[in-house]
Design a protein around this ligand. Structure first.
Ligand SMILES: NC(=O)c1ccc[n+]([C@@H]2O[C@H](COP(=O)([O-])OP(=O)(O)OC[C@H]3O[C@@H](n4cnc5c(N)ncnc54)[C@H](OP(=O)(O)O)[C@@H]3O)[C@@H](O)[C@H]2O)c1
Length: 250
């Protein structure tokens, strides 16, 4: 059954990884889907492969977000679902993390997400659904992840506060927090392939289900949270991590 017929959904960063899988899932559920990203080529690929609408937008640039919202408004009118997925990851120990490291992560993962939501609110229908893509890193004490973890923890706080502020409009606000998921993000960390493989193997051992997640497993959770099946769920977080965060200490 198609749960999302007549709904319009936005997936930021829908041209890659988890966002691409979520765009596919929401589209399969019957929604008209708009995806954003900076890369024109992969946006066009998403349009061709998924039948979605790609709009180039850089969420670190508030003017670019304004122009994106204007385009959505003129082409689609109002929207029903916003999956705030676009984000970056980078890791550095506290004693050598640069200002650039801090600013680049916070600008994309917090400031960009925050103002994207804010600017979309006027065209989001009452009764709509907002979902933040955070990370289990918000809960874990993984070395070198202080800035990335803080960026995702910030989204969890924003998630709860917006659930309260938007409740009068019956807008449900929730977060999905993935554990390690196989996506192109690991190739963007600036590490050698052996380092990524070693990191992946060590992490895989700590996941109860002994494997990385697949992007479509996060996408299914997003599909659930946006649907009528989740009509009484707001202000909360679903952790989708194969049991990583409950791995026993002994
Ligand atoms: N993979 C994991 O293990 C994992 C685990 C927990 C949480 N997450 C979160 O999941 C989300 C998606 O990550 P992914 O693993 O699917 O990685 P990915 O394949 O690298 O996708 C990241 C997406 O974000 C977009 N993006 C990055 N910077 C942007 C900007 N300034 N403006 C607009 N779009 C931007 C990228 O598009 P362009 O490059 O075209 O801009 C891309 O579509 C991120 O928020 C990440 O933190 C991932």
């Amino acid at each position: 059954m198609k749960n999302l017929e007549n709904k319009v959904a936005i997936v930021t960063g829908g041209n890659s990884g988890i966002g691409f899988a979520a765009a596919a899932e929401l589209s399969a559920q019957g929604a008209k889907v708009i995806v954003t990203g900076r890369n024109k080529e992969s946006l066009e690929q998403a349009e061709t492969e998924l039948g979605v609408t790609g709009i180039q937008a850089d969420q670190t640039d508030l003017k670019s977000i304004d122009s994106f919202v204007e385009q959505v408004s003129s082409q689609f009118g109002k929207v029903d679902i916003v999956f705030l997925n676009a984000g970056i990851a980078a890791f550095a120990p506290v004693d050598s993390a640069s200002e650039e490291h801090y600013d680049s992560i916070m600008n994309v993962n917090v400031k960009g997400v925050y103002f994207t939501v804010q600017k979309l609110l006027p065209i989001l229908n009452d009764g709509g659904s907002i979902i933040f893509n955070t990370s289990v890193n918000a809960h874990l004490a993984m070395p070198n992840s202080s800035v990335y973890a803080a960026s995702k923890a910030a989204l969890l706080s924003i998630n709860r506060v917006l659930a309260v502020e938007l409740a009068s409009r019956k807008i449900r606000v929730n977060a999905v927090s993935p554990g390690p998921v196989e996506t192109p993000i690991y190739g963007k960390l600036g590490l050698a392939k052996e380092e990524v493989d070693g990191f992946g193997a060590a992490l895989g051992e700590k996941i109860l289900l002994k494997r990385f997640g697949q992007a479509n497993e996060i996408a299914k959770t997003v599909g659930f949270l946006t649907s009528e099946n989740a009509s009484f769920i707001t202000g909360t977080e679903i952790i989708v991590d194969g049991g990583l965060t409950v791995n026993p200490v002994v």
